[in-house]
Design a binder for this molecule. Structure first.
Ligand code: ADP
Length: 270
């Protein structure tokens, strides 16, 4: 068994897809990644380097071709059954026919919570994401940023120890995106949630993370793990500090190093 303290423990994980006539794709080869509780780890790298695949393996939405994944000190399959993690994607995935509150209540319904308990928790979560008076609205009545906040509220409603996010802010404009990043850090601090976060944006990865995993394609693997020692209390000033720029440069250079073995595409340098 894995050490009880690890939030995620991926050991020698490889994933080969059968891509029909184009043969096999080595989406991930020999990936080792240990994430401790309370960490915020971003996965960054060119399109096709296996970021989403790694996230899906941690979520047990896919079984690895070889290797093992433990979540919360259990096999990932058991953690999935126990709903030890919440997920949020670029598309909020809210159900348009359910009110905002009913969307947030969904994972609690699946867990068999009573109506009163569900409603109380949904309201608590709406307050956490700063939309306390939107419970009765329909998702389509909200802006893109607000919909993402509701998706985060839903993902965290059952208080899972782990949040898995795949480019959740990728479709938002730059100002809203920065605002959401700051709010996400506040939410994580308040809930003590561990986060694994897929992004194409170097500044986003640096601003949010305690560690950045730099990945490379062909075959997909982790080439660098960079500590982001900017402290935990980050705000708008953080983005203008020298340390922030230095860290962005360090990640960019690590990505360039990784590119030497795989074609670069789709990295967002803003
Ligand atoms: P990223 O998230 O870094 O853009 P992905 O994890 O989506 O990369 O994909 C990694 C590689 O695996 C890519 O070459 C992609 O085409 C391939 N791939 C992903 N999912 C499948 C699948 N279901 N079937 C075949 N190939 C896949």
């Amino acid at each position: 068994m894995t050490e009880p303290s690890h939030a995620v423990d991926a050991r020698s994980v490889s994933m080969v897809f059968n891509a029909g006539t184009s043969g096999q794709v080595d989406a991930l080869v020999g990936v080792d990644l240990v994430i401790e509780p309370g960490e915020f780890v971003s996965l960054i790298g060119p399109s096709g380097c296996g970021k989403s695949t790694l996230l899906r393996l941690i979520a047990n939405l896919l079984p690895p071709t070889s290797g093992e994944v433990f979540v919360n000190a259990k096999p990932a399959s058991q953690a999935r059954v126990d709903q030890d993690y919440g997920m949020a994607f670029q598309k909020s995935g809210l159900f348009d026919w359910r009110t905002v509150s009913k969307n947030v209540e969904l994972p609690l319904e699946l867990k068999g919570w009573s109506k009163t308990k569900r409603q109380a928790r949904a309201q608590e979560m709406l307050e956490l994401v700063k939309l306390p008076d939107r419970g009765g609205h329909m998702p389509w009545q909200l802006s893109g940023g607000q919909q993402q906040r509701i998706a985060i509220a839903r993902a965290l409603a059952a208080h899972p120890p782990l949040l898995l996010m795949d480019e959740p802010f990728g479709a938002l404009d730059e100002m809203t995106r920065e605002h959401m990043q700051a709010e996400l850090l506040q939410i994580c601090a308040a809930t003590k949630t561990t986060v694994v976060f897929v992004t194409h944006s170097i500044p986003e990865a640096v601003y949010l993370s305690t560690r950045v995993a730099v990945m490379s394609a062909g075959p997909g693997r982790i080439t660098d793990l960079i500590d982001v020692d900017l402290g935990r209390d980050r705000d708008e000033d953080t983005r203008e500090g020298d340390e922030f720029y230095k860290k962005i440069t360090e990640v960019r250079e690590a990505l360039r190093g990784a590119e030497l073995t795989g074609p670069p595409t789709g990295i967002d340098d803003r």
